[in-house]
Write a protein that binds this ligand. Structure first.
Ligand code: BES
Ligand code: MN
Ligand code: MN
Length: 462
């Protein structure tokens, strides 16, 4: 497909500018102040799919934000690829740490992206990666090389748990029927070494509230005589890991699949420099579960992390007070086979049990999802590997990621098909962080690689 290369070269400025326009709309799904922007982004995605050449494009209403569905059916006897992506983004805060405003995209160079990268919230996660698929479709239709049917399903609630998408998928099995699901919402090792994500972690996300006395108290008059909810919460959280950094919740590891020595040896072959990793984060040492190396700790092992903790006086100066309540948001990343409902229950029971008599504990589950692993001998994986090999010059390495896309396990359950995670982002692209960016090279290579996936998938399906 020499043609795709020249098509991309010829149209790259337009491809970049169209993405920049999409990135200007602040589609923050977590914050209702942006709800009109989220809806406007859905409409912009819809227009881009029509323009690319879909025969049918619909705004599908849901209990939450709309799902944009598009399709180009060329022959019902040919295979069908279902592309999934999300047009919503994470909140941009902390604003003051952005070197340029999050919704005013600019191109800047970095050490890792000497050809430039687009800086904006959503550049990599997931507007940039989703839009590669729209442009790849445009190319295949313009050049008359679309080798099979394609369906698009682009949602606006991924960053807040995909509740409406689950609702939609359960009600539209026939409409969404496909032979393979293709997603670009993950990363790869580096621009010299592509990789294909073969696993995602599951997630259980809870909020805890610890209540002590019925009102805030003078910390001199009452200090030492009543349980301080903040002290207690800190102690309870600290007790959730032992000295080897194992999680202490009874039953937490019961269903965890241990990898064989061979599988771990295979994982260790992926290029990784601990020195570079530490330097990039400016830390003197890594930290984690005893018995596992960094690449295992952040992918094949479950974790428990506090994402936020608050309570008491945090304003200027000092106020002497024992707060009535303390709070924390806690996430547990899970590995395949751990059930997130079960883990949420185990957490709730344990956290309530370890509270001393002087406080009461309330645990509120937020959202969650199951982990995912996909085999590397499927037609889809092989086609993806052939596509990367052609555009990057070296075969892709299978890698299990630490991130979560909870809807992927639901796709398998409801639609009975496998997902191929063809990501083009890099860990250094700062997704969910200030100064998120996406390499121009990654964006254009993605557009080049996707049509090759279609070509090889159809060839291998024959
Ligand atoms: N695209 C990410 C997930 C991701 C990124 C997976 C990089 C692998 C590599 C997705 O948008 C995301 O942020 N997911 C959330 C979970 C969701 C339920 C909020 C996550 O992983 O925290
Ligand atoms: Mn994403
Ligand atoms: Mn995300």
């Amino acid at each position: 497909m020499e043609n795709i290369k020249s098509y991309v070269q010829q149209h790259k400025d337009r491809f970049i500018n169209e993405l920049i326009e999409l990135l200007k709309i602040p589609s923050v799904s977590a914050d209702t102040a942006y709800s009109q922007d989220v809806i406007d982004t859905a409409e912009a995605v819809k227009a881009s799919l029509s323009q690319a050449g879909c025969d049918l494009v619909e705004t599908c209403d849901t209990p939450g934000y709309p799902i944009i569905y598009g399709e180009k059916i060329i022959d019902p006897n040919l295979p069908t690829v279902l592309v999934y992506g999300h047009y919503d983004v994470q909140p941009p805060d902390p604003m003051e740490l952005w070197t340029s405003p999050p919704f005013e995209p600019v191109i800047k160079t970095t050490d890792i992206h000497p050809d430039g990268a687009i800086f904006a919230r959503g550049a990599c996660d997931d507007k940039g990666q989703m839009y590669m698929h729209v442009k790849a479709l445009e190319y295949m239709i313009q050049s008359n090389t679309l080798p099979c049917n394609v369906k698009f399903m682009i949602e606006g609630e991924e960053e807040v748990g995909s509740a409406s998408l689950a609702w939609f998928v359960e009600r539209n099995q026939e409409k969404l029927k496909n032979d393979v699901i293709l997603i670009s919402d993950t990363g790869m090792i580096s621009n010299q070494q592509p990789s294909i994500t073969t696993g995602l972690r599951g997630l259980s996300y809870v909020e805890v509230e610890v209540t002590g006395p019925n009102r805030d108290l003078h910390s001199g008059l009452y200090g030492g005589a009543v349980a301080n909810p903040i002290n207690i919460l800190a102690k309870m959280i600290a007790s959730l890991h032992d000295e080897d950094n194992h999680i202490t919740i009874p039953g937490f590891y019961d269903k965890v699949q241990e990898l064989s020595a061979e599988e771990r040896a295979e994982m260790a072959k992926a290029p990784f420099s601990l020195e570079k990793y530490k330097n990039a984060l400016n830390i003197a040492d890594v930290y984690g579960e005893k018995g596992y190396v960094t690449n295992e700790r952040n992918s094949i092992r479950p974790t428990l992390d506090v994402n936020g903790i608050w309570g008491g006086y945090t304003g200027e100066g000092a106020k002497t007070v024992i707060a009535s309540k303390a709070y924390a948001k806690i996430s547990m990343r899970l590995v395949p086979n751990q059930d997130w409902h079960e883990i949420t229950e185990l957490f709730t029971k344990h956290f309530t049990n370890i509270a001393p008599a002087g406080v009461t504990v309330k645990v509120t589950p937020h959202h969650g999802g199951q982990g995912y692993v996909t085999p590397i001998d499927s037609i889809g994986y092989k086609a993806a590997n052939m596509a990367y090999t052609e555009t990057f010059g070296v075969p892709a390495i299978p890698v299990r990621s630490g991130g979560s896309i909870p809807i992927v396990s639901l796709f398998e359950k409801e639609l009975k098909s496998k997902t191929i995670l063809m990501g083009f982002g890099l860990d250094s692209d700062a997704i969910h962080s200030p100064n998120e960016h996406f390499g121009i090279l990654n964006y254009l290579k993605g557009i080049e690689t996707i049509p090759l996936f279609y070509k090889y998938f159809v060839e291998l399906s024959k």
